[in-house]
Every structure is written in structure tokens, then in C-alpha cells.
Design a binder for this molecule. Structure first.
Ligand code: CMP
Length: 140
């Protein structure tokens, strides 16, 4: 089925001028960008987005990192978009990510891993709505 998923190009990848390279991978794999915005997350925005990780040992560092510079938040649409995006990203830890994936090629470490992608239809719905209004994501 055609799905939408929420993607974030994280501060490390933005700093390394990788926005275009990462978007190219999505587009070449058949995912379309249907909404996109560049912004500097506030701490409250980052904490709310990652609320499920509150209390974990890496939470404060995750919020520090995600607010350390601009990110690109985007909605990707396509057949099987949620799983396809996760395939393109590779494993959370770049050391474990398959060769040729975004994280294997561009990420430095588990806590600076270039991209985020929704992990299920439930989280995709929540995460898309976290950043975009309905009228912004129903363009195609
Ligand atoms: P992401 O897919 O954005 O979701 C939560 C993020 O927490 C994850 O990517 C990692 O970048 C980050 N993180 C930092 N440290 C860890 C860790 N030890 N285990 C899992 N995720 C971590």
C-alpha cells in the first residue's frame, strides 16, 4: 500500500552538506517528498518527538544533539514507504548498518546517525502529525 513516513535529516548530516545526497537516495528508490521543512528544533520539540525514550540513559544527549543545529523534517510517500525508508537508512548503529545504506555511508556513531525514520504505521502517523498539518501532507 502507499504509505507516508516521517524522515529527519539530522544535524550531523546537514552540517556535512548531505541533504541533497540523502534526498537523492529516497527519490531514486521511488519515495517522493510530499512535505519538507528545515528548522532548528527547540528542546521542547525534540523532547516531545522522542517522548518514548524519556528516562533512557541516552535521552539528554539525544536532545542535545537534535537541537545542536538545523534539521530537515520531511514526509516521504510511496509504496511500502515506512519499511523502504528503514531499508535505505540501515541499522540505527552505523557500525551494524548494511553496506550501501545511508547510515553505513554517512553516519559516525549510533548517537550521530544522519537520519531518523518512523518505525511503524502507528509512529509514522504520530510523527507526521507532529510536524505537519493535514493540508500540508495530502498534496498527492
Ligand atoms: P532515532 O531513529 O532517531 O531514534 C532514537 C535515537 O536515539 C536513535 O535514532 C539514535 O540516534 C539515538 N541513540 C543514542 N544513543 C542510543 C543508544 N544507545 N541506543 C539506541 N539509540 C540511541
Amino acid at each position: 500500500a502507499v504509505e507516508q513516513t516521517l524522515s529527519i535529516i539530522k544535524p550531523d548530516a546537514v552540517r556535512k552538506n548531505l541533504i541533497g545526497a540523502i534526498v537523492s537516495r529516497f527519490e531514486q528508490a521511488g519515495l517522493s517528498v510530499v512535505a519538507q521543512r528545515m528548522l532548528l528544533l527547540s528542546r521542547a520539540q525534540a523532547e516531545g518527538f522522542y517522548a518514548e525514550h524519556q528516562g533512557k540513559p541516552f535521552f539528554d544527549g539525544l536532545v542535545d544533539f537534535m537541537t545542536s543545529g538545523p534539521v530537515v523534517v520531511q514526509v516521504l510517500s510511496g509504496e511500502n514507504a515506512i519499511a523502504l525508508n528503514r531499508e535505505l537508512m540501515g541499522a540505527t548503529d552505523p557500525a551494524k548498518a548494511a553496506p550501501g545504506t545511508i547510515r553505513a555511508d554517512y553516519a559516525e556513531a549510533i548517537n550521530k546517525n544522519a537520519v531518523h525514520g518512523s518505525d511503524s504505521p502507528t509512529s509514522a502517523a504520530r510523527e507526521v502529525a507532529y510536524f505537519f498539518a493535514t493540508h500540508e501532507v495530502n498534496l498527492r
